[in-house]
Write a protein that binds this ligand. Structure first.
Ligand code: ADP
Length: 471
């Protein structure tokens, strides 16, 4: 009982122990069990082989001799006097005066009758005695006549004696070898187990310390993608996760810095002017108050745009989708036409006849078009041209806003959709841009399952495209 509890406690301890111990123990167990199993199998097979080792020559002699016994029995009606013929070779070999049969085969021969009484013994020792159990060094052969066993023939088996002692030595040797090999196998399994377990636990510990670092806020930690395929995959996934967290963190930091930067200018203008009014340096004229209102409007727009960007980036942007025709969208752009007329801009809208409907959030898509058209208006001088072209293939509707303005340099093109990225900061700010227009437009299009891109070059004008999946 006490032993049972101890064993149970040991097993529980192993179960709770680390992966190294478990793997090592399992490998040792499997190796020892298979070594022991194959050892015992070898022992068993060897024993069987020894047991079935046959004295073929003896068997042939016995067969031949049983015919003589049979004929003798048939001739005399009993086996009495059979001992005599053992020494009379004429009966067996047909040569008068030759050696007895047992002398020919050079083996001791005993014959018993159906009552186990010895009727012939070439050694003459057991004659007329009851034979006990079969001697170890002899094998027996029944003599059968008409389904009755009339006699048993015993012949000395020289192999049997030799084999049993050989068998004992062999079995002893093999048992020793088996226990030795079990020990060797256990030792090899132990080494192998430790090696294998290390191989598995090493990357796991690396991963665990990597996770620990990330938890502490170190997002620059990376793992070496080494070792087995699964660990390479794990390390790569970890690195990807760390990279994304790092990028998010960077983008969050830059967003905060950008917001602070964007707020600073209008706030300092407001503060400066209000302080001057307060100290009596300047009078609160209509002009001053309207410039103050302008700054407040700019601030309000910035806050609104930031709110939209925040919603879009957190994936919380809700679309109220409706299926509408292209005309309904273009009609919403009429107010912009006034601004275009004022700037003497030639604005054309083209779309393919018979175009289907699209499923969109009309307000958001109108906002995207307004952002793109406003940008184009801002960058065009007198006699500028803007063309809105809407086309479709089977899967999507593509909107293209093309202008013949100054275009965008290649370096700026790469960053044009980033939050707060402006090509010419002071000019764009003056013109009322927050640097968020394209970022907002792109997030709206992405929310619709579409894409937005631009083609432009210095002095080549710009074309902004976006696609919306067709209903
Ligand atoms: P904003 O809201 O300040 O206009 P955007 O995100 O809309 O900011 O635009 C980013 C930058 O891309 C701006 O600095 C602007 O100068 C440039 N840009 C946008 N549209 C055009 C265009 N059609 N032609 C030339 N530059 C453009």
């Amino acid at each position: 009982m006490e032993w049972d509890i101890k064993l149970l406690k040991k097993i529980t301890r192993i179960y709770k122990s680390g992966i190294t111990t478990k793997i090592t123990l399992v490998i040792i167990l499997v190796a020892v069990v298979s070594a022991a199993f194959s050892g015992f199998l070898t022992l068993y097979i060897s024993k069987k082989q020894f047991g079935s080792y046959i004295d073929r020559e003896g068997l042939q002699i016995a067969e031949r001799y049983s015919i003589i016994i049979e004929s003798y029995y048939l001739l005399n009606g009993s086996l009495e006097g059979l001992n005599f013929i053992l020494n009379k070779p004429a009966y067996i070999t047909g040569q008068k005066g030759g050696p007895g049969f047992h002398q020919v085969v050079a083996r001791r021969i005993i014959v018993t009758d159906d009552k186990s009484m010895v009727v012939a013994d070439s050694a003459g020792v057991l004659l007329n005695e009851k034979i006990g159990s079969v001697q170890n060094d002899m094998f027996s052969f029944p003599v059968i006549l008409d389904d009755d066993q009339i006699a048993t023939f015993y012949i000395f088996n020289p192999l049997k004696k030799g084999i049993s002692s050989l068998e004992n030595t062999f079995i002893q040797n093999i048992s020793k070898q088996i226990s030795n090999s079990i020990l060797i196998v256990a030792a090899v399994a132990l080494l192998l187990g430790i090696f294998l377990a290390r191989r598995i636990t090493k990357p796991i510990s690396a991963l665990s310390s990597g996770i620990h670092e990330v938890a502490k806020g170190n997002l620059e930690v990376r793992l070496q993608p080494r070792g087995d395929k699964e660990f390479v995959l794990l390390a790569n996934s970890f690195n990807l996760m760390a990279e994304q967290l790092y990028e998010h963190e960077q983008s969050r930091n830059s967003l905060v810095a950008n917001i602070a930067h964007e707020l600073r200018t209008p706030l300092s203008i407001l503060r400066g002017q209000l302080e001057s009014v307060q100290s009596g340096n300047i009078k609160l004229t209509e002009e001053i108050s309207s410039s103050l209102v302008d700054e407040v409007i700019r601030l309000t727009r910035l806050v609104k745009d930031l709110e939209t960007v925040g919603l879009a980036e957190s994936g919380a942007l809700k679309l109220s989708l409706e299926t509408i025709g292209i005309k309904e969208i273009t009609d919403r752009l009429i107010p912009l036409r006034l601004a275009m007329e004022e700037n003497k801009i030639d604005f054309t809208i083209e779309w393919e006849k018979g175009m289907g409907h699209i499923k969109v959030d009309v307000n958001r898509i109108t906002q995207v078009l307004i952002n793109l058209l406003t940008n184009a208006i801002r960058h065009l001088d007198e006699n500028g041209k803007i063309r809105l072209k809407i086309s479709s293939d089977n899967q999507k509707v593509i909107f293209a806003v093309q202008d013949n303005g100054p275009g965008i340099a290649e370096d700026d093109l790469k960053r044009i959709f980033e939050r707060f990225y402006r090509v010419d900061e002071s000019r764009d700010r003056e013109l009322g841009g927050t640097g968020l227009g394209l970022a907002i437009a792109r997030s709206y299009i992405t929310a619709h399952g579409g894409e937005m891109w631009v083609e432009s070059g210095v002095e080549k004008g710009s074309t902004f495209y976006f696609s919306i999946p067709q209903v």
